[in-house]
Design a binder for this molecule. Structure first.
Ligand SMILES: C[S@@+](CC[C@H](N)C(=O)[O-])C[C@H]1O[C@@H](n2cnc3c(N)ncnc32)[C@H](O)[C@@H]1O
Length: 258
């Protein structure tokens, strides 16, 4: 998959900037203060997630086991490790996971297991009280990500909680309610998959060797996600909107039946 190759490149070349695209997190710029700020943002995020779950989904929620899908360099598994006995971080990029391993060692997060992910989640054992994923699915093509989401839901324990983020629209397409207008039939790719692959290969061939790897931003169809959730037995959910520089998203919080 092209995005998997790109993410391994991010992991090898510039993992912190790949996670939060702020120039201060570039490998060449990363000071000790910036690294602390990076991990502090993870602590704040985890506090917020637990607060949302306790406020809207399950008062007194205290997970024993947590699965973080797309864990990157461990920004979130480190604070998750302070709240649960068992934390699993999954990522498609071995280089991201190597950096995460170093970070877990640095922070003394000894209860974190880091695993290379595949679409079948074949490396994952058991069921989890909390399955979390933030700013990950947006980087995976929607038809692929939908299936991964469906499989993740089967890994929730009875009464387990999901906190999963998706992009769904872009402010630059305000006239078409956030969705890209349909490509005209004469577009270079012709809208076909083989055309898109050709276009990607052509752009890869002309990209400078030192240019950043590709970072796709893929919106998801919310109807499809809600269908998957309802099929998994979820009765209700809470949503927080996100807006990352015009990339609009939803952070979904929900619980499976006990
Ligand atoms: C923007 S980073 C977010 C990292 C982490 N969730 C955080 O907020 O700190 C996106 C991560 O998703 C991972 N990723 C991308 N595609 C993936 C896939 N198909 N399966 C698992 N992880 C994936 C990337 O390797 C990268 O580490």
């Amino acid at each position: 998959m092209t995005t998997d190759i790109a993410w391994e490149e991010w992991g090898r070349r510039d993992p912190y900037f790949g996670v939060i695209t702020n120039p201060k997190f570039r490998r060449t710029e990363l000071t000790e203060a910036a690294r602390s700020e990076f991990f502090e943002s993870g602590r704040v995020h985890v506090d917020y997630v637990l607060q949302m779950i306790r406020q809207y989904i399950s008062p007194g929620f205290q997970p024993t086991s947590i699965l973080d899908f797309g864990c990157g360099v461990g920004r979130l598994v480190v604070p998750f490790s302070r709240t649960a006995m068992q934390v699993v971080g999954l990522d498609v990029s071995p280089s991201m996971l190597e950096e995460a391993k170093r970070n877990c060692e640095d922070f003394g997060a000894s209860n974190v297991q880091l695993l290379v992910s595949d679409d079948l989640l074949s490396t994952v054992d058991g069921h989890y009280d909390l399955i979390h994923s933030f700013i990950v699915f947006q980087h995976i093509a929607a038809d692929r990500g939908r299936e991964i989401f469906r499989r993740l839901l089967t890994r929730l324990a009875a009464g387990g909680v999901g906190a999963v983020h998706f992009a769904y629209a872009k402010t630059c397409y305000a006239e078409t309610h956030g969705i890209a207008p349909a490509a005209p039939a004469s577009a270079p790719t012709g809208g076909s998959v083989s055309g898109m692959v050709k276009a990607w290969r052509a752009s890869a061939a002309t990209r400078r060797a030192d240019a950043d790897p590709e970072m796709q931003m893929n919106p998801y169809n919310l109807n499809e996600l809600l269908f998957i959730l309802q099929n998994a037995g979820v009765h209700r959910f809470h949503v927080e909107f996100t807006d990352h520089g015009g990339e609009l998203g939803i952070f979904l919080f929900f619980q499976t039946p006990c």
